[in-house]
Design a protein around this ligand. Sequence first.
Ligand SMILES: Nc1ncnc2c1ncn2[C@@H]1O[C@H](COP(=O)(O)OP(=O)(O)OP(=O)(O)O)[C@@H](O)[C@H]1O
Ligand SMILES: [Mg+2]
Length: 328
Amino acid sequence: MRIAVTGSIATDHLMTFPGSFGEQLIAEQLDRVSLSFLVDDLQIRRGGCAANIAFGMGCLGLSPILVGAVGNDFADYRSWLERHGVDCASVHTSDVHHTARFLCTTDEHHNQIASFYTGAMAEARQIELGPIADRVGALDLVLISPNDPDAMLRHTDECRQRGIPFAADPSQQLARMGDEQIRLLIDGAAYLFSNDYEKGLIEQKTGWSDEEVLDRVGVRVTTLGPKGSRIDRKGEPSIHVTPSPELGKVDPTGVGDAFRAGFLAGLGWDLSLERCAQIGNLTATHVLERVGGQEYELGQKVFLERFTAAYGKDAAAEVSEHVRCHYA
Ligand SMILES: Nc1ncnc2c1ncn2[C@@H]1O[C@H](COP(=O)(O)OP(=O)(O)OP(=O)(O)O)[C@@H](O)[C@H]1O
Ligand SMILES: [Mg+2]
């Protein structure tokens, strides 16, 4: 099964200021703020939704096709992804813009001042899926994760026109996109991913009830944070999948992306939806235990041990036939 993962590709630059932003802001002079914070620490993390998801799938042994736009500063990041099994041949490189970048400074009270530079991501709207399908033979599923809003709409539209099944994952972009645009992203999706909060937001913005959403999508997958995940289909009982116990909770950034990586891997192996969500939950747990969305290592032995502990021997036997983790 050929799965294309479309969406953002970015790096996160995270700094910490050992003081208080509030103390530097002078109430009478807020019309001419000129501040520079001497920061102690800079962490640069690979990120972007599509890159995180494709990385996770690659770590589980698949070869997902990453589709997104980057700048000509992408070389190191590309080789990292390729080393982990990601097909980067359809990533578009901008001639003029840098790869999207999230710059965030956090103070000692956990206040944050951040900027997101879109950069090359805006060129994702120029990407056509047709030539990518031709290059790899055919596309069996296209995931549309947060990206330039026009790119998300274009990819969805192209999937509909070409009859390629698509999975809608509007997540963070729900806040930014209009009601009609959100309806266009979701209507006819084979799968719809969101967390529990976004589920409510989708219903509010589209004006569609839970039932009406299920009339329009094949499978609705809702992540529930520490409660695991749930699968809903029209006319079928809900399936609740318990979380995989975490060894420690370090940083939740990217857990949603890792869940999608695991779930899509299960789909790629033609496993049941319950199994897909279990693989999603366990992959997400790995991200929760590290700072950053791509800092975890999946080892075949440990992955299967943890899977067995969480979901039992029989379930693990089904997964072990397919999973080929990046590390032994
Ligand atoms: N405390 C936890 N223990 C075990 N698993 C967890 C925990 N928190 C999250 N998960 C796993 O991660 C999945 C996704 O989490 P969540 O619903 O919080 O995603 P999200 O809100 O989209 O996160 P983000 O957008 O920050 O990546 C859950 O379905 C679950 O499998
Ligand atoms: Mg999310």
